[in-house]
Design a binder for this molecule. Structure first.
Ligand SMILES: Nc1ncnc2c1ncn2[C@@H]1O[C@H](COP(=O)(O)OP(=O)(O)OP(=O)(O)O)[C@@H](O)[C@H]1O
Ligand SMILES: [Mg+2]
Length: 139
């Protein structure tokens, strides 16, 4: 349901992300927006684990793209924080990424401007004022 919003603890966020990951079928693109520390990487890790990635999923801050193996398809984790703008997307192989039959998880999607595929599923994370243990998740 678009606009569905809830406040989750780290534990609940992790369980929700794993359940979401278990339901995914490739190809699919999920964008994760939200401030620094909002929980984007934490949620990506849970989704990837639920989808079947067994190794550690780390933040691709310098590489911008990390690829993981899962039984059903590859998982691509992008962090576009350091992208100066959509013009740099060609450098990371953007067209190939979107054409791949993978699960694609994108942090800082706003950096891609209008280059995001229309079929991308959007998740927005936010801190909850007054409670550092909660995050607001909007679908
Ligand atoms: N309810 C919660 N959900 C997710 N993370 C939480 C929650 N409560 C606390 N945290 C903590 O918040 C931090 C979120 O960090 P994370 O790296 O996932 O954020 P991020 O959005 O990827 O940040 P960045 O923009 O720097 O990439 C973690 O240290 C995590 O343990
Ligand atoms: Mg992150």
């Amino acid at each position: 349901m678009p606009g569905d919003s809830r406040e989750l603890t780290l534990d609940a966020m992790t369980k929700w992300g794993e359940a979401l990951g278990a339901r995914l079928t490739a190809p699919c693109v999920i964008t994760l927006a939200g401030d620094l520390g909002a929980g984007k990487t934490t949620l990506v890790q849970a989704i990837a684990r639920g989808y079947g990635v067994t190794g550690a999923v780390t933040s691709p801050t310098f590489a911008l793209v990390h690829e993981y193996h899962a039984p059903k398809s590859p998982v691509l984790h992008l962090d576009l924080y350091r992208l100066d703008g959509p013009h740099q997307l060609a450098n990371i192989g953007w067209d190939d990424i979107l054409a791949s039959r993978a699960v694609v998880l994108i942090e800082w999607p706003d950096r891609a401007g209008t280059e995001l595929p229309p079929a991308a599923h959007e998740i927005i994370l936010a801190h909850v004022q007054g409670n550092p243990e909660l995050r607001n998740v909007t679908l």
